[in-house]
Write a protein that binds this ligand. Structure first.
Ligand SMILES: NC(=O)c1ccc[n+]([C@@H]2O[C@H](COP(=O)([O-])OP(=O)(O)OC[C@H]3O[C@@H](n4cnc5c(N)ncnc54)[C@H](OP(=O)(O)O)[C@@H]3O)[C@@H](O)[C@H]2O)c1
Length: 213
């Protein structure tokens, strides 16, 4: 049975992904990695294997990787760069045959989100320069690892009606303010397609809501 390890499983973004897999990929088994498992919905705690650990905990990754085929990583916060390095090292050290890693990063790190003079979202580069540097370096870390991966750089993930299209670019694009909002389920679907259908393989892609350029 195919098993997906969901890191940052309590996040709203991961929860939408979990719900999508439950309905559209019912044969896929999930393993949920969380530092606060009590924040997981009760039905998920009963149904799935839970790995308790901090994103900084190499040993927790080693334990959690047992029997895992795919990884969805939505751990948040400004320290996710070093966490990602530990995760990649744990995968390599354990020789876990991971088929694909889908990594949720942050929009704005290339200055791609434009909003008048304030450069809304892209201000992340000035507010958190080390975080931004690490997020940019992730692309090299994954490439060097030899793992299959997709890095998503979303704008604002929100509830509401699904959009038909998520636009994406391999590198860099100016994205206007009316394109920032991304439906949570649409984004989850894009992640599932990247995971199982080879979409955006080995790329870091920005994501917008598909409004015309
Ligand atoms: N929401 C958006 O509009 C948006 C836009 C762009 C990118 N993103 C990215 O998408 C990801 C999810 O964001 P979100 O807004 O859905 O949720 P969030 O509230 O940012 O959740 C972050 C997740 O990371 C976990 N986490 C944080 N620090 C951790 C640590 N040291 N060890 C283990 N787990 C840790 C949290 O666990 P706890 O429940 O224990 O706190 C939670 O599950 C983040 O990487 C975020 O940067 C989100």
């Amino acid at each position: 049975m195919t098993t997906v390890l969901v890191l940052g499983a309590t996040s709203p973004t991961a929860q939408a992904f979990i719900r999508l897999l439950q309905t559209e990929y019912p044969d896929v088994n999930l393993k949920l990695f969380a530092r606060n498992p009590s924040r997981l919905p009760e039905d998920q705690r009963e149904k799935y294997s839970i790995s308790v650990g901090d994103g900084d905990d190499y040993d927790a990754y080693v334990t959690a990787l047992d029997g895992v085929d795919y990884i969805y990583n939505s751990i948040g916060g400004v320290k996710t760069g070093p966490y990602t390095q530990k995760l990649i090292r744990a995968i390599k050290d354990t020789n876990t045959p991971i088929k694909k890693v889908v990594d949720i990063s942050a929009g704005g790190i290339y200055g791609e989100y434009q909003s008048g003079a304030s450069l809304y979202l892209s201000a992340v580069r000035f507010m958190y320069p080390k975080y931004t540097k690490n997020q940019l370096s992730k692309l090299d870390w994954y490439r060097e690892s030899g793992l299959n991966f997709t890095i998503f750089r979303p704008g604002l993930i929100k509830d509401g009606p699904e959009t038909q299209i998520i636009t994406h670019t391999p590198e860099y694009r100016k994205i206007d303010k009316n394109e920032f909002d991304i439906n949570r389920t649409t984004f989850a679907r894009a992640a599932a397609n990247a995971m199982f259908n080879g979409d955006y393989n080995n790329q870091s892609v920005s994501v917008s809501n598909g409004a015309p350029l």
